[in-house]
Design a binder for this molecule. Structure first.
Ligand code: GLY
Length: 386
């Protein structure tokens, strides 16, 4: 299989211990990579990266929130494998997921003379991996990228599949690229320091995966929710591996979102409008991404029920599971519906001014619809207001 420039295909397996690491393979027409998932994997970061991308230099771009804890562990592992890493940390928040932050990252890479074959290791939550991933796509027209996601949301979604990018004041993720990583390394142990609120946000994406593809995962998640919320290592490993496998399968079927990859946007057209409407809301009162996705999935499912495409029972089950997961099921501070509709039309998935929605038929199956009349979408917005 041919490799893209700057994207070496793994040429050799790691040693026996590492070869046993649970792995999901992402196989694309011109590139393949592995997602390694194991408690304690972070200590193996250096050897794993070096095995695939040997070079003297590398860049470790870190989320400030984990710089002094897991960041140090990652830097030590890279040094232990022989790298001389540039280590730089950045604060993260939705407003900081911006071109200014990308410029600051590029300036660090330039100042440190990071070369075309130097891997850029992006370590943090989805905001950091999206932003640093975009810097990796731009720097010298693309350097190899390694994702080390440290939130549940970035482990099961953002770090896999190659979408990188940043927000503009006009909307979420409006500037970006497809830049597939060369390796994704997931250590569920790092979730021990993740705030519960962010763990719950990650669960919203897991519930999304179950709805779009996998009724068995839905049942498993419902039966194991308490173990997951308590960070039981076996449950976390299973949850992450099953969700990564779904994300990988969707990406392998449709890398560039010509069709079915759009299913991953279930709940997101509503969610992005919720998030875009809160740019001047103080940080502490904003809905975080996973919370907005939970509300968006309820709005989209309500719409499917209103249109007679899905059962009321499915909506009730979804609300009950999201509620048990500690996610919002009603919104008490939503922008006016007219404003939310305006923001939905700015979404990058709009085509010929038509809002493209993902609507569920049942648990495990969704469809794309870009012809839902505006008045029904407005009713769905009204249905999630407290
Ligand atoms: N997060 C949606 C996608 O990767 O396509």
């Amino acid at each position: 299989m041919p490799a893209l420039p700057n994207h070496p295909v793994p040429v050799q397996r790691p040693d026996a211990m590492l070869a046993a690491m649970p792995t999901v393979e992402v196989i694309l027409p011109h590139h393949r990579y592995e997602v390694l998932i194991q408690c304690g994997a972070l200590d193996q970061l250096g050897p794993q990266v070096h095995d695939r991308l040997p070079h003297r230099r590398c860049a470790l771009i870190l989320d400030q929130a984990i710089a002094t804890t897991h960041g140090r562990q990652a830097a030590d592992s890279l040094r232990g494998a022989g790298y001389e890493p540039l280590v730089a940390d950045f604060a993260t928040s939705e407003p900081l997921k911006s071109l200014d932050t990308v410029a600051a990252m590029l300036s660090k890479l330039a100042g440190d003379r990071i070369e075309r074959k130097s891997p850029l290791v992006a370590m943090g939550g989805g905001i950091l991996t999206d932003t640093a991933g975009f810097a990796a796509a731009c720097w010298l027209r693309g350097v190899p990228l390694v994702m080390v996601p440290t939130t549940l949301l970035s482990m099961v979604d953002a770090a896999v599949g190659g979408k990188v990018g940043v927000n503009l004041p006009q909307g979420k993720n409006l500037v970006g690229a497809f830049h597939q990583p060369s390796l994704v390394l997931i250590d569920p142990n790092v979730l021990a320091t993740l705030p519960q609120r962010e763990l719950r946000c990650g669960l919203a994406e897991c519930i999304k995966h179950a709805i779009i593809r996998d009724p068995d995962l839905w049942t498993w998640t419902s039966e194991n929710l308490e173990r997951v919320l308590a960070l039981d290592p076996g449950a976390m490993q299973t949850l992450i591996a099953r969700n990564v496998a779904i994300k990988a399968a969707v990406v392998m079927a449709d890398e560039r979102e010509a069709g079915e990859r759009a299913h991953l946007n279930f709940g997101h057209t509503f969610a992005h409008a919720i998030e875009a409407a809160q740019t001047s809301t103080p940080d502490e009162s904003r809905y975080h991404h996973g919370e907005a996705v939970a509300l968006g999935m309820i709005a989209a499912t309500t719409l499917a029920v209103l249109l007679d495409r899905a059962d009321r029972g499915m909506l009730d089950e979804l609300i009950a599971l999201l509620d048990r997961a500690g996610l919002p099921v009603r919104a008490d501070n939503l922008a006016p519906t007219a404003r939310l509709m305006e923001l939905m039309k700015l979404d990058k998935k709009v085509s010929d001014d038509r809002i493209r929605l993902i609507l569920p038929r049942c648990i495990g199956e969704v469809e794309i619809d870009d012809s839902v009349p505006t008045r029904w979408i407005e009713r769905a917005w009204d249905s999630i207001r407290a």
